[in-house]
Design a protein around this ligand. Structure first.
Ligand SMILES: Cc1cc2nc3c(=O)[nH]c(=O)nc-3n(C[C@H](O)[C@H](O)[C@H](O)COP(=O)(O)OP(=O)(O)OC[C@H]3O[C@@H](n4cnc5c(N)ncnc54)[C@H](O)[C@@H]3O)c2cc1C
Length: 464
């Protein structure tokens, strides 16, 4: 494919988080001249790792699930397969707080029957699930309504509420089942039951070579999650940092925008543009070209989350931290969403004799708490660790990373918003949207979506 004569690249990718980096990499691999613009002074977006006082700290994701062969292919192309590490077997256990103490989440039907996390009534209620009628295929139901209908209130409060808090920093009462958990919606529609569908869906997943999020291996890298985004950024031929892009305009054959800061602002154009920025950042870029899409993008909420790293030194006390971490249901009225037992999850996250926990605060549930001063966040986490995990001695180390707008919420109506996004792509021919508000928020989902968008860009350019 020949570069377009009067443009600066075949494709301009705006945004150097995982979505933009992966999309740009795939396009480059397809032989296209790709220019990536990133507004920050570093690439990686939400993904960031740093080391301090012997601790390895993740500012965003702590781990990823190996759900798709696309991940393995990407790591192989980037030659970072050897740096990949899988979670410690000890981290397979998960805890949910009930009655002010962490209770192990049952991981098998047998454990479920013996678990103290759910009452006998809740267990019996779950047994009725395969016999309940299917919900409406067209209703945009909330996650809470769906779970209440199929699995009962207690399952909503002690399994789904903490899970949604842990994954989306959101609330099941606001998220759309179809958009946030499309697989659960599909299981009910296809098999009439989650339990039946979970069992029968195994064959379909094997045929697609996809792995369920329940069984996929959890991985990171020896040097932390940033290994992935650093490798991607280093292999891109044209990446410009400190280059915020502004309003995108459409010419007869190319799209143009200004990019850069201070004295380094330039006008750039290309026949294809991929907007790999958060929805709230994409909206102003397309307000002139696609006002309805801009309005839809602005409607996607991003609650704030603060990440508090806490290191403890000396002899283990209180909870054994023998698991992935603990999640806190809203009905327990605590002040944290949950804590990852980071030094149990992967080796070399803390020096010998130290333990590292990563705690999440805020989200839709308690947005106000996320913006507390660092000192107040430190104190709050110390207090919750003491109460829930029995950490009587204060921590040796604490650091905070605040995300003012952390994770997009796939709330009811998200599907219509995404239809607006697709409509703009169809109408404008050459403008693409690719970020974690579309196709899933997880690392694996972002990679799969970016690969798919890259495929559509290549197809679009081939028609010119
Ligand atoms: C606290 C936290 C914990 C998480 N934990 C996990 C986890 O454990 N496992 C998991 O799978 N996922 C997790 N996620 C989700 C996952 O990390 C994200 O969904 C994913 O990294 C998002 O990548 P992205 O490229 O779509 O967006 P982003 O990472 O937000 O990247 C967007 C980029 O666009 C840039 N940008 C914005 N505006 C402009 C502009 N005008 N011009 C140029 N550039 C611009 C930004 O600076 C940014 O670099 C977590 C997310 C957060 C915030």
């Amino acid at each position: 494919m020949q570069p377009h004569a009067e443009s600066d690249a075949d494709v301009i990718v705006v945004g150097g988080g995982l979505s933009g980096l992966t999309c740009a990499w795939r396009l480059q691999q397809c032989g296209l001249d790709v220019l990536l613009l990133e507004s920050a002074s570093r690439a990686g977006g939400c993904i960031g790792t740093y080391k301090e006082d012997g601790y390895l700290l993740e500012t965003g994701p702590n781990s990823a699930l190996d759900t798709s062969p696309l991940i393995g292919r990407l790591l192989q192309e980037l030659a970072i397969g050897d740096a990949k590490i899988v979670s410690n077997p000890a981290a397979s256990k998960r805890f949910v707080v009930r009655g002010g103490r962490p209770v192990a989440l049952p991981m098998s039907p047998l454990q479920f029957l013996g678990s103290g996390l759910f009452s006998t009534a809740a267990k019996l209620r779950l047994c009725a699930e395969p016999f309940l009628p299917r919900g409406s295929p067209s209703e945009d139901e909330t996650v809470a309504a769906f779970v209440r209908r199929r699995l009962g209130d207690e399952f909503l409060h002690y399994a789904i509420n903490p899970f949604v808090g842990g994954v989306y920093a959101g609330r099941p009462e606001q998220l759309s089942l179809r958009s946030a958990f499309p697989r659960l919606h599909a299981l009910e529609q296809r098999y009439g039951s989650l339990i039946r569908g979970q069992w029968m869906g195994r064959r379909a997943r094997a045929a697609e070579a996809a792995t369920s999020k329940h069984t996929a291996a959890m991985f990171s890298f020896r040097g932390g999650m940033e290994t992935l985004t650093i490798a991607l950024a280093q292999r891109l031929k044209r990446i410009v940092l400190n280059a915020p892009a502004s309003v995108v305009q459409a010419g007869p054959t190319t799209f143009s925008m200004t990019a850069g800061a201070g004295g380094a602002v330039r006008t750039l154009s290309a026949p294809a543009v991929v907007l790999a920025v958060p929805a709230y950042a994409a909206a102003p870029l397309v307000r002139l070209l696609a006002p309805a899409t801009a309005a839809a993008l602005e409607d996607i909420p991003y609650p704030p989350v603060s990440v508090v790293h806490t290191g403890y030194e000396g002899a283990a006390e209180g909870h054994a931290l023998d698991g992935f971490g603990m999640l806190v249901p809203e009905c327990e009225h605590r002040q944290i969403l949950g804590s990852i037992f980071s030094s149990t999850l992967f080796h070399e996250r803390a020096a010998p004799g130290h333990r590292l926990l990563t705690t999440f605060i805020g989200g839709t549930r308690q947005a106000g708490l996320a913006s507390l001063e660092d000192g107040a966040l430190h104190a709050l986490v110390r207090q919750e660790h003491r109460a829930l995990l029995g950490m009587e001695h204060g921590p040796a180390f604490q650091r905070v990373r605040k995300w003012a707008r952390a994770i997009p919420q796939y709330t009811v109506g998200h599907e219509q918003r995404m239809q607006q996004v697709a409509a703009a792509e169809a109408a404008l021919g050459g403008l693409f949207f690719c970020a974690n508000y579309r196709g899933g928020i997880s690392i694996g989902d972002c990679i799969a979506s970016a690969e798919a968008v890259a495929g559509r860009v290549v197809a679009q350019l081939a028609t010119r």
